[in-house]
Structures are given as C-alpha cells and as structure tokens.
Design a binder for this molecule. Sequence first.
Ligand code: ZN
Length: 307
Amino acid sequence: MKRFRWLLFQPFLLALFLLLAPLSPVSARAGSQPVARQNPHIVILPTNFQHVSPAAASDLSYHGGPVEETPTAHVIFWGSSWLNAGRLIKAGRVTSHFFEDAPGTAYFNILTQYSDGGGAIHNQLNFSSVVDTSNPPTDSNCQGMYPNSTVEDSSLQAEIRAEITAQHWQVNNSTTFLVYPPPTDFVHNSFGCSEQQYCAYHGTGSGIGSYAAMAFPFSSACQGLPQSPSGDIFSDSLVNVTSHELFESITDPLLNAWYGSGGLSDEIGDKCAYNFSAGLTFLNNGGVYEVQTEYSNAAHACTNHNP
Ligand SMILES: [Zn+2]
C-alpha cells in the first residue's frame, strides 16, 4: 500500500500499523457509552479495510533482526486525567491487569514459536508502569470531535526518554516502552491522526528502541468489539489495541524480525486485526479479555492459544 511504502523512507523509521475497526460491529458495542462521545464525522478510508479482512493465508517469515527473548514492557500513563481521586481510572486499571495476567498463559505462549539467532521468545513479561500527572503539550492538528486536543508523536517520544531517565529504565532489545496519552487527546504523527488514520502504532525512536503509542479509543472507529467483559467499552478497546501492539513489539521490535509477505503492515497482530473468532480470552488471575487473535505459524491461523 502506497502509504506504507512511503513510510519506510522516513528518516526516523516509525512504522504505523493501522487498527481501524470495521464499521459493521459497531451496533454490537456495549450500550453504556455516552452518546456525546460518538463522532459522526469520522470517515474511514476504504483502503483501511485491508487491515480488517480475514487472516492472510501466508505465514510470518523471519527477516534477521532481534525479537524480545525476555519481553519487558515499561508503561507510561501520561496526563492528570489518568488519575481520579489518586487512583488510576478504570481503563488504566484494566490495561494494567492485562499486562499482569497475560504472561504464562496459553495465549502468551503463541509468542514462543518465534525466535531470533539467540533463541525463542519466553512466555513471560517483565512489566512496570508509571503515571505522569504532568500534561503533554498539545496543539490542534487533529480535529473533528471533542476536544481537538492533539499530542504529537515527537512529544510522546520525548516523554519516553524523560521517563527512561527518571525511572532508571534500561533500553535493550527485549524492552518496549508503551505510552498512553491522555484519554481526551488525539495523537498525531506523520501519517495523520488517531481515530481517523489509525488507533495505535509501534516503531523505533532515537534513544528508545522499540516503543508503542496507544491513543485512547474514544470513538467507535477504534472500538468495534463484539463483547465488553469489563463492562466498559473504552477499557476493553484500549486493551485490544494494546494486545496488538504488544505482540508486534515482542516479535518485531525493530521492524526487521517477523512479518509476512505484506511487509510491515503484515505483522503478527495485523494479520488478525479485529478478528475475534476465538471469543473471550481467559488469562491468569481470573482475567477475561476481549482481545483480537494473533497469528500462529504453527496453526497457520489466527488464534488465542498455543498449542
Ligand atoms: Zn499492527
């Protein structure tokens, strides 16, 4: 796709992986979301529907780069609105629980079939998180729904670098930094705006290595889940895009390891984006999630477990 080829020539090597939902499942969303958050102005480009079509028949292939053999996720919730009365809001709590509940499960075991020259990915996750209650600089590059407050990708990368220093986090081939901008803000990068061109993305940044940015799924464009096990569509949708970027960051952290014949828009999560064919996914600690399936070469299919 032209958009992505163009992307590969960007000097800072940011890859964008579209996560736009099909319009059809919207009617199946939980009925509790405020009508005020609906956005009638979003137009999903027909080209984006490639990313929500059924799983491709071809497997992932290895391109020589590192995988995260001992996966590590450092999470940043950025902005004062992530806290309410000193406590992480529900979307942050549910997302944090997902990171805690996933490792050691049959779901996370999908990852262990992928390896690099040093060995296979382990069914584990080193997870830590921080809430930064400072608010990011914003502009109004993305518009069309409330509140037109936009965080730039460059600001997200700068925030990650600041937290690497503040938290004494290490940067290495097994680490991804996952940043969550304020729940009321768009994200803007060289491809455009969250909720309009994408829902989340991962790539590499200077001084960071692998990172991912998950815009808050405040409109139906980035929701589209058949079920909402937490009872809050925003929380479940945020976990869904998180699962996609987490799996891709682990199997293709530097964008040169595992992806399919479609290139960097054909990674482990892309092949199964918005494919909920496996139903709910049951993880550790009683955690139940509506996450998309992930591609398994062993099964030649989208699945939520291995074996
Ligand atoms: Zn993707």
